[in-house]
Design a protein around this ligand. Structure first.
Ligand SMILES: CC(C)(COP(=O)(O)OP(=O)(O)OC[C@H]1O[C@@H](n2cnc3c(N)ncnc32)[C@H](O)[C@@H]1OP(=O)(O)O)[C@@H](O)C(=O)NCCC(=O)NCCS
Length: 165
């Protein structure tokens, strides 16, 4: 399998959007209800660029197969050394190690940027993602019960944390 991991460019945003919207419409990994528009995705990209947050993509055969990013955890200044990240791989390419590649690069970037800790906010039903994060040393530090509502049911949210050393 030939692939490249690199920083996202504007031309990649439609590919990212395809993965995001699949997950919005079919999964509880993103708590939005309505598909994201290209304009919204462009605004997110610009916000990441302005704040020097990474947005990485994996490209396979000229198609976006996954992406990883992080951003502000909470907006008070004291949280500036903490980031909340996300990693998404297209269904077609899951289970081939691409998620691991993206998360390890995000961790490296976070260390270079002198961040102190990374937080994953995961739907409690998403055991794959919990196991995935445990492999990197993330620990479950909280469970927020019935904190979201989607597909006509209450959802619990798991917080996982890695202190960067
Ligand atoms: C979670 C996700 C990012 C993992 O990426 P991936 O490329 O599929 O995972 P990898 O191939 O790198 O596998 C890493 C580990 O994750 C776990 N994992 C990933 N997919 C799994 C699956 N379908 N079933 C069980 N475990 C799985 C395994 O522990 C795996 O380790 P192993 O290969 O040593 O068994 C990806 O499956 C995904 O995008 N899922 C949908 C969106 C999502 O839930 N994102 C995370 C939101 S917090």
């Amino acid at each position: 399998m030939n692939f490249t991991v690199r920083a996202a460019k504007v031309n990649d945003l439609e590919g990212i959007l395809e993965i995001v919207n699949y997950n919005i419409l079919n999964t509880t990994s993103i708590y939005d209800y309505e598909p994201r528009t290209l304009a919204q995705q462009i605004a997110i990209f610009e916000e990441k660029t302005t704040n020097n947050f990474p947005l990485l993509v994996i490209e396979i055969d000229q198609k976006i197969a996954g992406f990883g990013t992080y951003g502000t955890f909470r907006f008070k200044e004291g949280y500036k050394f903490t980031v909340e990240h996300s990693v998404y791989v297209s269904v077609k390419h899951q289970g081939k190690g691409l998620g691991k590649l993206l998360l390890s690069q995000l961790i490296e970037t976070a260390k270079k940027q002198k961040r102190h800790t990374m937080i994953a906010v995961i739907d409690a039903e998403n055991q794959n993602s919990v196991t995935f994060h445990e492999q990197f040393g993330f620990e479950t530090v909280g469970l927020m019960k019935e904190s979201a509502f989607k597909f006509n049911k209450w959802l619990d949210t798991v917080f996982m944390q890695l202190i960067l050393k």
